[in-house]
Design a protein around this ligand. Sequence first.
Ligand code: DGJ
Length: 561
Amino acid sequence: MKLRILFGCVLLCSPGLIAGQVKTTPGPTAGAPEIPHLQKQGTATQLIVDGKPFLMLGGELSNSSGTSPVYMRPLWSKLVDAKLNTVLAGVSWNQIEPQEGKFDFSALDGIVRDARIHNLRLVLLWFGSWKNSWSSYPPDWVKKDFERFPRVQTAGGKSIEVLSALSDANRDADAHAFAALLGHVKAIDSQQRTVIMIQVENELGLPSEPKEFRDHSPMATKAYEGPVPKELMDYLQQHKDALVPELRRVWEAAGSKTSGTWEQVFGAGTATAEIFMGWNYARYVGRVVEAGKAAYPIQMFTNAYTYEFAKAGEAIRNSGTPMPDLMDVWRAGAPKVDVFALDIYGSDFASFCADYNRSGNPLLIPETRGMPPYPMEARALYAFGRHDAMGVSLMGVERPAATPDPLLTASYGLIAQLAPLIAKHQGDGSMSAVLLDPKGPPQNIKVGNYTLEAAPMGAGRGAPPSTDFAAAIFIAVGPDEYYAAGGGVSVRFSPIGPGPEFAGVGTVEEGWFENGRWVPSRQLAGDETGQGQNLSLRTHPADRNPDRYAGIQHFTLYRYH
Ligand code: DGJ
């Protein structure tokens, strides 16, 4: 028989943070002008800001908001109230280089200044050659000169408003502007480090309409009918055993050749066109990233919202985009891209996270939103707890309806409290999380020395049904000692490995962290632990008082016969 414990808990936050361990508070630390960088910890990759692991609790502005400091002025305090520590803001190529070679960074300077005043960090989104597939952000002098800056063409020879990734002129113009941007960021921010990462382009890849898997411009077709570049063939052979299975299957199905045309090496299927486009976009972005890092070697990532090759007859989605199936092609073509980030709006959040957080790619989510059955605050907890995420971000965070969302605020506040524990336990298997459909089945996870069977609250376990939220993070801080936080979940325990077969719950405290110190409030037992039957993380909207309500539980387990 498994032991059961029940105790009350809801998402909440306390302003306190463990000083010196982890950085979630914005603002620079004196004396250490270290450029934000990535660092491995076990299987996890952490973003280090001012010498400390940084968990990005982000919000992405709507596309045009970052182009006007005046527009943003009344919004910063709302972003602070929402307990964000990072704002993701677009930088428009057209706005910074309205005339060729003449740069105007005044809007950017205002955004950086005001973010700094509000103690917020920034991730800049380079809206350069491509934004959601299309080329709407290049300056007019690029758009007008379609001879010098060629477009993608359809199989029917029609140009579409997408800069061709096979054009060196397009690439060099973008790289030149991007290098100027990074040089400017270095000049205004290498001491304060308000800017912590840069996203390069935005959801690039061929648009889904017109339905083209590849660029059919003459130079693209000549390249497609030519040999697969040696760099890509060398990469495939050198990484043969570590390739993502989907790419390896395509290559093997065509005989794992080590040279030949694209169709000889990858076959005549649509995946070949996607690989071809992936390679050419990667080469292009790779050069842009190199130019940027030569000016200021800060972390750079791409973002995408798909994960697999289109199946026969399926709609095309961004052919060539930096998605998991193409991760190796992108690594070969753009080795200096640090992270392939994920934009996820749909309800298949968990599977997308698993797909992007593989093959050593850290999980970073610049764009997501709550969608039943997984609200934003559940997604955030799950991404950090289950996938050692570097950061999550709510898209359109400054939109009136979105700010401040008490649930997001509670969630970010809670994660900020837990951040030292999360950062300490990333990558060593002592932390996990569940993301449950409140009306769905339980899930089993192994954390430390115990299996946790987590079920949505109310799933026949004596507690009132939770509202719309069923997610929790669990951190084993000792052989039989844990912290847990979240809501809408009740948990049963069973021991892992040899020894007494039953698990019991020892002491359960509810509380929060204040300046890194654990502050216990109630000691839970009896009804609050279901007479010892279930560990229960409740969610009662009324309880979502972000500041004082204790949302974290600290408990011990033991084994017995
Ligand atoms: C995903 C894009 O990356 C964003 O810039 C934005 O266009 C959203 N889609 C829709 O708001």
